[in-house]
Write a protein that binds this ligand. Sequence first.
Ligand code: CDP
Length: 234
Amino acid sequence: MIAPEVGHRGVPAASATRGRIIIAVDGPAAAGKGTLARRLATTLALPYLDTGLLYRAVGRRVLDAGGDPRDVPAALAAAAALQVSDFARADLRDPVADMAATAVAAIADLRAALLGFQRSFGGAQGAVLDGRDIGTVVFPDARAKLFVTASAEERARRRQAELVARGVAADYAQVLSEIRDRDAQDENRPVSPLRPAADAMLLDTTALDADGAFARAMQLLAPHIVDEALLRKA
Ligand code: CDP
């Protein structure tokens, strides 16, 4: 379903965002990026892409085939076989899928294969995308970039609550340890490591609820996009 984009590995596409409203929302695991990005997209009438789902769906397929998510040919074969139905699976957010996603996400050729789809998402209008490398690699010239963080303890508390609400048994200490482990893998991988873009606006949500994070994000974004996006919506 997703065609590999040859020759574009990590290379910024200079005019990829011309005339488009691209909002990049990056940050570590369970920082609240998804909740925030979805709400921004609705408010600004832009399409929303959760790029983590791409890596989750690939990781899941590799596990289903009995493979190792660190195995390059296995991950590339899984990406080439992706179908729309892969993104609707109920088990994409289970802890085992978290770890598989983080493992496949360290593969340079896989990231390259998923780049074209992300860059074309939303077409001429633009989009809100959340992930780890949207502001640094996918859209270095995004209209506005948010880097959303929270303390590891607060993120673990939120992720545990999410899992429990879905009926998945989750031990706080284990969730915290897995979050720290995934952060370390995302930050230390050679390809597209997790880090704020130089021009990203930092948003620490440790002491903010979802409404507070949204309000602060709208304040930060206002000078960059809000009037124009709201005018387009009207
Ligand atoms: O929801 P959570 O923040 O825990 O994870 P996610 O955003 O769904 O991403 C799952 C994994 O995919 C991350 O740990 C990253 O390793 C990887 N990922 C990435 O490398 N680049 C992205 N743009 C999005 C996700």
